[in-house]
Design a protein around this ligand. Structure first.
Ligand code: NAP
Length: 322
């Protein structure tokens, strides 16, 4: 019996490829990332399995082009790049990688918040430009304390909860907004207070976003919400770029409606070289590295392969998009 075929839109760890080769005939896209659409449409035509990444748009057209597809396994917890409803209608199993990247992503959110409030990369830029001319004194180049500040978490799910735990260790007060309020006992255990979205934006010193991107959360952070924030407050986004209206954020930063932003995710990635965010001092930028630690990336690869194996066998992936 001939081996089933699997297409990968980019390279995974060698141990994962070795595992895949044992069972399948695999082809790995090399060259331009993301894979050019025409190539994806061609390569997906006859395969039983697809391994993809968050920047690969797996929409109706791609799914229609895939005549034999049984399983899509994405190397990410976010699945806003896949037309889930249509894939399900076609009976395709969809796997993703929650849990294993929770700590790493929460760590990055905290890292960005600390960096922003203590102006670390801003200082790095000052030194590298040769602009560090005096030893800073009482009023020069000051950041702000982290302890006793209020952190507002939008989306207290897997990652949001770990961010809350980390923030509590820094002595922060934590409030959150979800569509569904958590039980009193869970709130108490985590030491968090429920808030409406508007109130969270107006009361927080730092807002950190941890909701998935979908039609409900698309540009949920817009100018009207940003205007509710305190002038000395900050926003951190390690979720998805399109959750913020980026033009509104740039306007708010330029007009100093808020004190700063730290962003791991953007409306367009990689970021355009003309993006005005690149010129703003009160901004910390990271190149979408929320889950990017060696340990986490290896665990994600392991799960991506396991999800694919189960999906191709017609079973629910171990982490299956519901
Ligand atoms: P999760 O466990 O599903 O948590 C999502 C939280 O958001 C839940 O508490 C959910 O509560 C809330 N939520 C969902 N829709 C909402 C809405 N419309 N309004 C308000 N709250 C809403 O997800 P997670 O594992 O923490 O991951 C969150 C997101 O982080 C992922 O979807 C992904 O896009 C992003 N991420 C980014 C990176 C990176 O590299 N930067 C890495 C990992 C993850 P309710 O259902 O009660 O509303």
């Amino acid at each position: 019996m001939s081996k089933k075929r699997v297409f990968l839109t980019r390279r995974l760890h060698e141990f994962a490829l070795k595992e895949l080769r044992k069972k399948y005939s695999i082809e790995v896209h090399s060259g331009k990332i993301p894979i050019p659409r025409e190539k994806l449409l061609k390569k997906i035509a006859n395969v039983e399995g697809l391994i993809c990444f968050p920047y690969d748009k797996i929409d109706k057209e791609v799914i229609d082009a895939a005549k034999n597809l049984h399983a899509i396994s994405t190397y990410s917890v976010g699945y806003d790049h896949i037309d889930i409803n249509y894939a399900k209608k076609r009976g395709i199993q969809i796997g993703y990688t929650p849990d294993v990247l929770t700590d790493a992503t929460a760590d990055l959110a905290i890292t960005l918040m600390l960096d922003l409030l203590r102006r670390v990369t801003e200082g790095d830029r000052i030194i590298r430009r040769g602009d560090w001319k005096v030893i800073y004194g009482a009023y020069d180049y000051v950041g702000v304390d982290i302890s006793k500040k209020t952190l507002g978490i939008v989306g207290l799910g897997r990652i949001g909860r770990v961010v809350a735990q980390r923030a509590k260790a820094f002595g922060m007060n934590v409030m959150y907004y979800n569509r569904n309020r958590l039980s009193k006992s869970v709130e108490q255990k985590l030491g968090v207070k429920y808030s409406t979205l508007n109130s969270l934006f107006s009361k927080s010193d730092v807002v950190s976003l941890h909701v998935p991107h979908n039609s409900q959360t698309n540009e949920m952070v817009n100018l009207s919400l940003l205007k509710k924030m305190k002038k000395n407050s900050y926003i951190v986004n390690t979720a998805r770029g399109k959750i913020i209206n980026e033009s509104d954020l740039i306007f708010a930063l330029k007009k100093k409606l808020i004190a700063g932003a730290a962003l791991d995710v953007f409306t367009n990635e990689p970021i355009d070289s003309k993006n005005p965010l690149l010129k703003l001092e009160n901004v910390v930028l990271a190149p979408h590295i929320g889950s990017s630690t060696a340990e986490t990336r290896a665990k994600m690869a392991e799960i991506t392969v396991k999800n694919l194996n189960r999906g191709i066998a017609g079973k629910n992936p171990i982490y299956s998009v519901k």
